[in-house]
Design a protein around this ligand. Structure first.
Ligand SMILES: Cc1cc2nc3c(=O)[nH]c(=O)nc-3n(C[C@H](O)[C@H](O)[C@H](O)COP(=O)(O)OP(=O)(O)OC[C@H]3O[C@@H](n4cnc5c(N)ncnc54)[C@H](O)[C@@H]3O)c2cc1C
Length: 329
């Protein structure tokens, strides 16, 4: 690991000042379960590391019927998965959080770190030696994309589990920086480019996420396909959230996918197919087709073919809808 200077701010204001001073030379450290791995492989070689772990102001899960849900960026994934309010009133979030990696990583990993995860590719998540021997790649140190040779765009896949669940609830992200605070909808925060990844300046910090009160009590589930269900990143993931009427029909629904594009994506057109309808095999197949068309998996993983990942993301969407609409509260 390359050497770096560690800073341990006590307040958000102090962290913002440090980040303003060191900008692109610095990396924020939350749980470290993604960053430290990347530093060891010399994918990241920051001169300054700013440890956020003392910022207790970013640790709360709060719900207010008027203002909705707020989850601090430093809330750990196991806390989110086990929180009674989240499990009962925002089940799609608990479902996604409980499936990130394995228990030890969920004990370290935070909401902010999970949302700001680096994108992943088999040609990128390798040691410096491996990447150098392969001529590096577009995402880091090189000029070629081994996944789409000739292309100028990076297709590394966004592989976080929490983002689709939060997108399905139309969440917004709170950001602080030297120019003040701002809030942006997750759908606008993520950029479908494996290098740029998000609309976040190098001197900004994610402080938390918000979900509007009208999404409380939406049913929902997150389903993911991975090789080892005890620990692996998703190779495809689908979050389904729906408001269901007393008669069991759906009033509103949102479906979001992950791990099959450089950004997590909300799937357009599902609402029009599903609301007020009984869920027939034909409707389910139409939803699966919309999901498959939104997914653009390329050869970023070795474990499953692109066609299988595109197929399975549709299957997961169908299963997610069935499970969500049949769930008893
Ligand atoms: C074996 C293994 C399996 C994994 N499996 C999964 C999986 O199945 N699903 C999944 O989603 N993830 C997985 N991960 C990735 C990672 O562990 C989790 O996503 C975790 O939630 C990251 O959170 P963290 O707090 O540890 O992030 P860190 O490593 O601390 O940070 C990650 C990135 O986010 C930035 N960052 C952190 N906090 C903030 C903030 N508040 N504002 C702005 N930027 C910030 C950091 O600078 C860094 O670039 C896995 C990791 C490993 C090692």
């Amino acid at each position: 690991m390359a050497s770096f200077r560690l800073h341990r701010p006590q307040t958000l204001g102090e962290a913002v000042r440090l980040l303003e001073e060191h900008g692109a030379q610095a990396k924020l450290l939350a749980g470290g379960s993604d960053l430290v791995v990347n530093m060891r492989m010399r994918i990241e070689t920051p001169a300054h590391v700013i440890d956020l772990s003392r910022l207790d102001e970013l640790r709360a899960i709060e719900f207010d019927p008027e203002r909705g849900l707020r989850i601090g960026a430093l809330v750990r994934l196991n806390e989110l998965a086990e929180d009674d309010l989240i499990r009962l009133r925002f089940p799609v979030i608990a479902s996604a959080a409980s499936q990130v990696a394995g228990p030890n990583i969920r004990n370290m990993g935070t909401v902010g770190g999970n949302l700001c995860l680096d994108t992943r590719c088999v040609y990128y998540n390798q040691s410096y030696f491996w990447r150098k021997a392969n001529g590096f790649c577009l995402k880091k140190d090189g000029a070629i994309c081994h996944v789409a040779p000739g292309g100028k765009r990076c297709w590394a896949a966004y592989s976080g589990d929490l983002a689709p669940a939060l997108l399905a609830l139309d969440a917004a992200i709170d950001i602080a920086g030297p120019r003040g605070e701002r809030s942006v909808k997750l759908a606008q925060f993520f950029v479908n480019d494996g290098i740029k990844k998000y609309e976040l300046a190098s001197d900004e910090i994610v402080c938390g996420v918000r979900v509007a009160p009208e999404f409380a009590d939406w049913r929902g589930v997150y389903l993911k396909y991975r090789v080892r269900s005890s620990v692996d990143y998703p190779l495809a993931g689908v979050a389904v959230a729906a408001r269901v009427r007393e008669d069991g029909l759906c009033d509103d629904v949102r479906v979001a996918i992950t791990a099959v594009n450089p950004s997590p994506r909300l799937v357009d057109g599902v609402r029009e197919l599903v609301i007020g309808q009984t869920l027939s095999a034909e409707t389910l197949e139409q939803v699966a087709e919309l999901v498959r068309r939104t997914a653009k998996p390329l050869r970023t993983t070795v474990a499953a073919s692109t066609s299988y990942r595109r197929h399975i993301v549709g299957v997961l969407a169908k299963r997610g809808l069935i499970e969500t609409l049949k769930a008893q509260r």
